[in-house]
Design a protein around this ligand. Structure first.
Ligand code: AMP
Length: 417
């Protein structure tokens, strides 16, 4: 029985069975940079997303899973993480303490999109947010953390696309300039409507007939005010200092409305149509848009499933969950009684271990030991027990030694820890 359309299950051996390990690896650089763990509810008031993500965005107009609770309040499953984490931080007054507030998160997001490879209705993101400061050095840190997230997994075909979307001082004039340019083009009604709502989005139109007409379009990077130009230059200098390569992407537009100045996307060339593995940017107006105080912020979100697909596309190992190191095989009732205690002692000593349950005999138990991925098996027969020892089998080297029972834990600790 399959789950709902556009969903998948995380189970050992399934396509995204490594999701947890991938999430942790992606966030490891953020942890090293002082980003604290945050969790906000999976559902929020619908209005929060309408205001925060933007009324005109595809996400809000077409893709939200919205429902009413029993008191007729409109709630929505979060389509992204930033708005909820920002609301939570404001609610807890974190912005009145030490700045920047640095947070990291991971979890499921929900969008009613048309499912296809790399696109799901429930998918997982990891993300970071740095709140309260408008410092280009912080932008560089945040962007670098996204780059390092993928680099840490060994991915080599990720490209970082970077631009500036300007700010309220320079974007309106640019918008007018672009609108005037778009008015002169031969566009269909739907695209015209989109151009009126947000002309920048048209730049992102993938259709060749539209792209051909956009060749001479005015670009935001050419219309930045001095403050935005300096900000972008400082972010680029920071990335250079951090050794993070980026490509200028003057037509980059993001799907969510709240970005300003630093805007970036990470794409993987081995993924076909759904090539974006992550993206983010600065969103200094977002706090006020959701009813909070003026508050600067920058962050990103990375897609966990697409990261797994990218690892496969590059033929890289998907990080595996840590399995057990030791598998204890008792043969006989007295041996089993002893083995239960032994397994307990090994675990207390910090050694991951499992026991051959089910009294399946030597052959079945050794097969289970091999499948467990353990490096060692401890085989304990009733005769071993009488002799006060156990057989320690090195499953990689296929070597075996007898070890006194009271030295087993120490011996395994020496070999494994
Ligand atoms: P966004 O919040 O749209 O900027 O998305 C950030 C990242 O999340 C994207 O770059 C994708 O890697 C991933 N993502 C977004 N939507 C989906 C989806 N429907 N299914 C799987 N991954 C997604």
């Amino acid at each position: 029985m399959a789950g709902p359309k556009g969903t998948y299950d995380v189970l050992p051996g399934t396509e995204f069975g490594a999701a947890l390990a991938v999430r942790e690896t992606l966030l490891a650089p953020a942890l090293l940079a002082g980003y604290a763990y945050a969790e906000s509810p999976v559902f929020e008031a619908t209005e929060l997303f309408a205001r925060g993500v933007g009324e005109s965005t595809d996400v809000v107009t077409k893709e939200m899973f919205t429902f009413s609770d029993r008191a007729d309040r409109s709630l929505t499953l979060r389509p992204e993480g930033t708005v909820g984490v920002l609301r939570a931080a404001l609610d807890a007054n974190l912005h009145k303490g030490q700045l920047p507030v640095k947070l990291r998160y991971a979890g499921p997001m929900f969008r009613a999109e048309r499912p296809q490879a790399g696109r799901y209705r429930q998918f997982q993101q990891v993300g970071v947010e740095a709140l309260g400061l408008d410092d280009p050095a912080l932008d560089a840190e945040v962007v670098a953390l996204a780059w390092q997230a993928f680099a840490g997994l060994g991915l080599r075909q990720v490209r970082l696309l970077l631009t500036s979307l300007g700010d309220p001082a320079c974007r309106p004039a640019y918008r007018d300039q672009l609108t005037a340019f778009l008015d002169g083009l031969d566009l269909d009604d739907d695209t015209r409507r989109r151009a009126r709502l947000n002309p920048l989005r048209v730049l992102d139109d993938k259709r060749p007939e539209v792209q051909a007409q956009l060749a001479g379009a005015p670009l935001m990077v050419d219309a930045l005010c001095d403050a935005c130009r300096d900000h972008l230059a400082a972010v680029q200098a920071g990335l250079n200092a951090l050794g993070v390569p980026y490509e200028a992407a003057p037509t980059l537009v993001r799907g969510l409305d709240y970005y300003m100045r630093t805007t970036f996307e990470l794409v993987h060339d081995g993924l076909g149509a759904q090539s974006a593995v992550g993206g983010g940017g600065r969103y200094d107006g977002l706090s006020q848009a959701i009813g909070g105080p003026p508050l600067a912020g920058i962050g990103w979100a990375l897609g966990v499933e697409r990261t797994v697909l990218a690892l496969r596309a590059e033929g890289l190992d998907v990080p595996a969950e840590q399995g057990v190191s030791v598998f204890v095989v008792p043969l006989g009732a007295a041996a089993k009684a002893h083995a239960i205690g032994l397994v307990g002692r090994l675990r207390t000593s910090g050694i991951a271990c499992d026991l051959a349950y089910g009294d399946r005999g030597m052959k079945g138990a050794m097969k289970a030991a091999d499948r467990s991925g353990a490096s060692y098996a401890v085989v304990l027969g009733d005769r071993d027990l009488e002799a006060g020892e156990a057989q320690l089998k090195d499953l990689r080297e296929h070597a075996q030694v007898a070890v006194p029972l009271d030295e087993l834990v120490e011996t395994l600790k020496e070999r494994l820890l």
